[in-house]
Design a protein around this ligand. Structure first.
Ligand code: IPD
Ligand code: CA
Ligand code: CA
Length: 265
């Protein structure tokens, strides 16, 4: 596989999709709900997913596509080349804020991440990695991630996980929130992952994300020596929903050993 060519195409399509999304800012959105009243989707999410699917199908007919909005293939294995696409990650922000959302696109071969692209449309920041060839924000190569301690860390997590919820004991993360320098919540898993990549935050935690939320980000983070697992410390399978802990090396181990192993969940 000529990954350089795949990568060039993918980046070009992402930039085109970004233009389409920016153009939509002046249009009236058609907003629908999915699994619950706060799970939103717009006509633009759907149009952008279809845009990518048309491009991939025409250019790489043997590749399969796993897309959030369901216009791709039914993907039950990661055999061969699979594109994992979230056309807009952070749809609630897209609707309410017209910022703090991203296009997220990962390309995997036989389950191994090869290309990760995350485009912060409103800020025109393209985060990008090809495995083994470095990770970049626009044209600037990102340095490898350094060790960090909890007390000097900013941890991205949603307030939902420290109030009563049906996924974990809400007391579990309280010591981590107390010990960290600060917490942040941006409402877009893809950007929260690349904020770990750039050092804007040191770790990101979520209890339940889908493959399209995390596929591209994991390629970028791992290229920089960061660690991506679920909250039990196991690798993700990129086929099912799972929890997520992304962190700088060392910090990841500390969070698992000193905080998460203690709790009942
Ligand atoms: C959502 C965002 C959000 C996360 C949700 C995701 P969407 O993606 O990444 O930050 O907390 O779990 O579903 O629905 O906007 O693509
Ligand atoms: Ca998403
Ligand atoms: Ca989405």
């Amino acid at each position: 596989m000529d990954w350089h060519y795949v990568d060039l195409q993918a980046k070009q399509w992402v930039m085109e999709a970004g233009d389409k999304i920016r153009d939509s800012f002046t249009e009236t959105l058609n907003i629908q709900t999915k699994s619950n009243p706060n799970d939103l989707v717009t006509n633009i999410d759907k149009e952008i997913e279809q845009f990518f699917i048309n491009k991939v199908r025409k250019t790489f007919p043997n590749h399969r596509i796993l897309g959030e909005e369901g216009f791709g293939d039914e993907v039950n294995t990661l055999d061969g080349v699979v594109w994992i696409i979230d056309p807009i990650d952070g749809t609630m922000n897209f609707i309410h804020q017209q910022r703090n959302f991203a296009i997220s696109l990962g390309v995997f071969e036989n389950g191994i991440g090869k290309i990760g692209i995350i485009y912060d449309v409103a800020h025109d920041e393209l985060y990008h990695a090809v495995t083994g060839q470095g990770a970049f924000m626009n044209d600037t190569e990102l340095p490898p991630l350094n060790q960090a301690t909890v007390k000097e860390s900013i941890i991205a997590l949603n307030a939902t996980w420290v109030m009563e919820n049906h996924r974990i004991d809400h007391n579990l993360l309280k010591p981590l929130v107390r010990d960290a320098r600060g917490t942040r919540s941006y409402g877009t898993a893809a950007l929260e992952m690349v904020f770990v990549a750039t050092g804007r935050v040191d770790a990101y935690i979520s209890m339940r994300l889908s493959p399209w939320d995390v596929a591209a980000g994991s390629v970028i983070i791992e290229e920089l020596g960061g660690v991506v697992t679920n909250l039990r410390g196991n690798k993700l399978d990129f086929l099912s929903k799972d929890s997520l802990l992304v962190a700088k090396p060392g910090l990841h181990q500390t969070i698992i050993n000193d905080y998460l192993k203690q709790g009942k969940w």
